[in-house]
Design a protein around this ligand. Structure first.
Ligand code: FES
Length: 149
């Protein structure tokens, strides 16, 4: 959907800021917020660009750099670490031939490290966009990734 059409779906109220940024980011095939998105939101909500920029850079869920269609968020907090998440992280980096913060060659995946995902009971865990995976084993990863075309 076009940027302006998307903005028109939201009332010009500051409380809509986070939802608007989410919608714009989700609407971008490369899963990020462009400078022109931030400018358009500033105009739409009549808020300064620097305020919008501050919000967009404060929350780790927003990115100002292009990302893959699917974002793999790997938990790097203590409970998952004790359950061997570093091995899982290394395996995923090898499988996709990318490092943390990079995009796979086919532009399907990006990898990000995350603080606790709130899924400690199924550690080690990760998210792929909104989907949660836990009790991860290296042998499961291939079939999980195959679901994301
Ligand atoms: S420590 Fe990994 S989900 Fe909580």
């Amino acid at each position: 959907m076009e940027r302006q059409g998307l903005l028109q779906q939201y009332k010009k109220e500051e409380e809509n800021l986070i939802n608007i940024l989410h919608a714009l980011q989700n609407n971008n095939p490369q899963n990020y917020l462009e400078k022109d998105d931030l400018k358009a939101v500033a105009t739409h909500l009549n808020i300064t660009y620097s305020h919008i920029y501050g919000v967009a850079t404060y929350y780790t869920m927003f990115s100002l750099k292009p990302r893959g269609k699917y974002i793999i968020r790997l938990c790097n907090s203590p409970v998952c670490n004790m359950e061997k998440s570093p091995d899982i992280i290394d395996k995923i980096k090898n499988m996709l031939s990318i490092d943390i913060g990079e995009i796979s060659k086919d532009k399907r995946f990006s990898i990000e490290l995350s603080e606790c995902l709130g899924q400690c009971d199924i550690a080690p865990s990760m998210m792929i966009n909104e989907d949660v995976y836990g009790n991860l084993h290296k042998a499961d990863l291939k079939s999980i990734f195959e679901q994301y075309k």
